[in-house]
Write a protein that binds this ligand. Structure first.
Ligand code: FES
Length: 152
């Protein structure tokens, strides 16, 4: 059975019918074709699915879509302004903050939240804040460099 839900996604109001058991991650990827948000583990361990809900970072795989009525959801697709990359996206490019790129959207969403929440006062603090975002390629040093560059 589906229930009606109105969501704000990347500044667009979407009226949707959703099964109550569907996660925000599956809604984004499978119903809305917003596949920038990645599924790594699907149980809150990897951070690949990180999005912002009302400006706070959230693992979309642990959030039910129907619970987001009236909230503002931002995904990696919503960060750039037209052709202009978000400064954090540009910094990841500049510092090679990725290798295979699979974890990158989640890394960038967490990195933006890290700055917004004021947790980028030292490299150590950044590493701590970003510890929920795993990268199998081991791009961590360059990710930290990118965040510190945007900070400064
Ligand atoms: Fe959500 Fe891994 S897919 S934390």
């Amino acid at each position: 059975e589906q229930v009606p839900v109105t969501l704000s996604i990347n500044g667009q109001t979407r009226k949707l019918s959703i099964e109550p058991r569907v996660t925000l991650l599956d809604l984004l990827r499978e119903q809305l074709d917003l596949t920038g948000t990645k599924k790594g583990c699907d149980y809150g361990q990897c951070g690949a699915c990180t999005v912002h809900i009302d400006g706070e970072r959230v693992n979309a795989c642990l959030s039910l879509a129907v619970m987001q009525e009236g909230k503002k959801i931002t995904t990696i697709e919503g960060l750039a302004q037209g052709d202009a990359l978000h400064p954090m996206q540009a910094a990841f490019l500049k510092h090679d903050g990725y290798q295979c790129g699979y974890c990158t959207p989640g890394q960038i969403m967490s990195a933006v939240a890290c700055l917004q929440e004021g947790h980028a006062n030292s490299e150590e603090e950044v590493r701590e804040y970003m510890s929920g975002n795993l990268c199998r390629c081991g791009a961590y040093p360059n990710i930290v460099k990118a965040i510190m560059d945007v900070k400064n």
